[in-house]
Every structure is written in structure tokens, then in C-alpha cells.
Write a protein that binds this ligand. Structure first.
Ligand code: SF4
Length: 349
């Protein structure tokens, strides 16, 4: 099958995410060779990859969470869903033995009734135990919440790095370096056959690394572990140092939340916002990755195009869901299940 044209930032971003699963960490000698099943034994930490995550002010295209293997195994015991910002203090500080929740948990800085709601939610999800002693709610942990995150890496994707794109990106990368919420910041761009223009590189902070990718060149059929070339190595940022915007405690809290959101969301959550139930929606293989393709448009559609507002949207015919289709629920449901299975497998690496 021919490689689909990587003709949008969206499909480039999906392939960068897939590459990160296969080939992280990038090194000067080339990316690590690993596959879905051998990844834990490969020369690199297990990684969780997600996309479009960040803070109110800054959203990153790709986030790579480098995980401690034992910590990640312990995190899996808490289930596959994100532990959100209200639940996390309860889960992290729940004591080994029963205790009144106000004695066990740090002062939240907001009314305790919200903490009680979080305790009920956490208990309903099986994250902590709770009981009532008289009028008092007591809590107990089920298991310690692990330190499962080793490093957080932020990647900004810009397949076509022309001068105006470089100028816009330089401010964002400056901001990332200054706030240092991530341990490393990278720019990922398309390979042109020439090295990235030194004049463009000069616009970026020297602390940001540069990766170039070739997903569709004549000698390549999509994404694999060797798709990236390191053009510039990044500097390690000091994530423990306070900055103008965040003190060290707030930074640590935000990093934990970011990691949890990445864990829960992954990068294949596109099926929750796109329309795989449209008759024109297809997944096309691109090497060891897949990208959505629209049969009506004859190209990779963007995430924002592929919604119920799309003029070309047509629901898949009912007969696809009943007769002759090998997956219960029709191809749309099949696509959703396929991507969900892959998302779970990525968490289990
Ligand atoms: S026609 Fe519209 S909704 Fe259907 S796959 Fe294409 S972009 Fe998505």
C-alpha cells in the first residue's frame, strides 16, 4: 500500500508520536531500535506518549513521559484512567492505617467539602478505602502511589519550518525553556534533504533540541524507529528550580498532573473527537504507524475537519454494522477498538 502523503501538521504529529513509542530516546548514533513488544527491554526507559497537553498558557504537541519501569508497573495498579488534580492529593497522602481525613491530608487551601467529594470519588474508583466513624470520614490507602515519572520531554512539531514558522516557534520555545516544566524541549521538523538552515536554528534557544523526520521520502515507507535524525542536542533543564511563574512545589505538582493526563489520554484518543463512524474514514498504514485518511477528500484530514460539522460527513451504512463485516459494530467501531487496544498496550509496556 502506498504511503499516504503526510500533508498536514496533524498527521505529522501522529507519526512523531508513533516514532516516540518506537524509537525514544533519540541519540546522535540514531534512534533506539525497539518494537511494541520488545520496548521494555530496549536501550531506553519505557515511555508514555501523549499529544496536545499542557497548561492554560502553553499546550505541547507531543509529550513523552520517561518512566521508571517498577514505578510504571505500580501505577498500573491504580487503573488506566487519569488520576486528576482533585484526586491526586487524596491518593498520594492517604495513610497506611485508618485516619481522619483532615489529619491525614495536607490543607488544600480551599474548602474541605471539595476534599470530601474527592474522597468519595477516589473510593468509588477503588483508589483509596474510606469509612465513617461517627461523623468523621476516615481514609486509608490501598497501596502507595509510586514515583513513576523519571523525565518529561516536550516536543513541538512543525513539519514545514519556513522563516515565519521559525519566528513564531522561537517565542514558544523560549517560554518552555524559561518555565522548565519539562526536562527537555525539542523541535520536530520535516527533513528537506538539507540540514536545517543555520539561520533558522539561530532563532531558537540553544537549550532546545532539533529532530528532523522523513516519513514519506523515496527510501522510506512511513514511520519506524530510525525515522529521526538529531540535528541539535538539547540541554537538560532544571525542573526543580523555582521560576518567575512557579515555585518548586507548584512545578512538581504540575508535572505530576501532566504525567497523569498523558497516562490517561495517550495519543490515540483521536477517535474520541474524530468521526471513525463516517463512511469515508479510513486508517492507512504508514510504515509502523497509521494515519487517518478521508476517502471523500482523498487525503489525510485534520482533526478539526473531521467532525459532525463536516459537510461531507456520511454515517456508515447500517448494513456495515450487521452483515458481512467481520468486526461487531462496523468499521467505525472497529477503528475505535483497534486504537483503544493499542492505547492500552502502550500503557502496559
Ligand atoms: S468526510 Fe468529513 S467526517 Fe467523514 S472522514 Fe472525511 S473529514 Fe471525516
Amino acid at each position: 500500500m502506498p504511503t499516504p502523503t503526510v500533508d498536514s501538521e496533524f498527521s505529522f504529529e501522529l507519526l512523531v508520536c508513533r516514532w516516540a513509542e518506537l524509537g525514544w530516546p533519540p541519540t546522535e548514533r540514531g534512534a533506539v531500535d525497539a518494537s511494541d513488544t520488545t520496548r521494555p527491554d530496549a536501550d531506553g526507559p519505557p515511555v508514555i506518549v501523549s499529544r496536545q497537553l499542557g497548561t492554560q498558557r502553553r499546550r505541547w504537541d507531543t509529550i513523552v513521559i520517561e518512566c521508571d519501569p517498577e514505578g510504571l508497573a505500580a501505577r498500573r495498579e491504580f487503573g488506566e484512567r487519569e488520576i486528576d488534580g482533585d484526586l491526586l492529593p487524596v491518593v498520594r497522602h492517604a495513610p497506611a492505617d485508618w485516619a481522619y481525613y483532615r489529619d491525614a491530608l495536607p490543607d488544600p487551601g480551599y474548602p474541605w467539602r471539595y476534599v470530601r467529594e474527592a474522597i468519595h470519588r477516589a473510593a468509588a474508583r477503588g483508589l483509596v478505602d474510606k469509612r465513617k466513624q461517627g461523623n468523621r470520614i476516615e481514609i486509608r490507602r490501598k497501596r502507595p502511589y509510586p514515583d513513576w515519572v523519571e523525565r518529561i520531554v516536550a516536543v513541538e512539531n512543525k513539519p514545514d519550518l519556513n522563516a515565519s514558522a521559525a519566528a513564531a516557534l522561537s517565542d514558544q520555545l523560549e517560554h518552555d525553556v524559561e518555565t522548565a516544566l519539562a526536562d527537555e524541549v525539542w523541535l520536530a521538523t520535516g527533513r528537506t534533504g538539507e540540514r536545517v538552515e543555520p539561520a533558522l536554528l539561530r532563532q531558537f534557544p540553544v537549550e532546545a533540541g532539533v529532530l528532523t523526520f522523513d516519513f514519506g521520502g523515496s527510501d522510506r515507507t512511513g514511520v519506524d524507529a530510525d525515522a529521526a535524525t538529531v540535528d541539535w542536542l538539547p540541554s537538560e533543564l532544571d525542573v526543580t528550580a523555582p521560576t518567575e511563574r512557579f515555585d518548586a512545589t507548584e512545578k512538581a505538582r504540575r508535572r505530576r498532573l501532566l504525567a497523569e493526563r498523558a497516562y490517561g489520554k495517550g495519543w490515540r484518543s483521536i477517535t474520541e473527537t474524530m468521526r471513525p463512524d463516517c463512511r469515508w474514514f479510513e486508517l492507512e498504514r504508514a510504515g509502523r504507524g497509521m494515519v487517518p485518511v478521508c476517502g471523500a477528500k482523498g487525503r489525510c484530514q485534520t482533526q478539526s475537519e473531521c467532525s459532525s460539522r463536516c459537510d461531507s460527513f456520511e454515517p456508515e451504512p447500517p448494513q456495515w454494522r450487521t452483515k458481512g463485516w467481520p468486526i461487531d459494530g462496523g468499521p467505525g467501531q472497529g477503528v475505535r477498538e483497534l486504537l483503544e487496544r493499542r492505547r492500552e498496550r502502550a500503557r502496559e509496556q
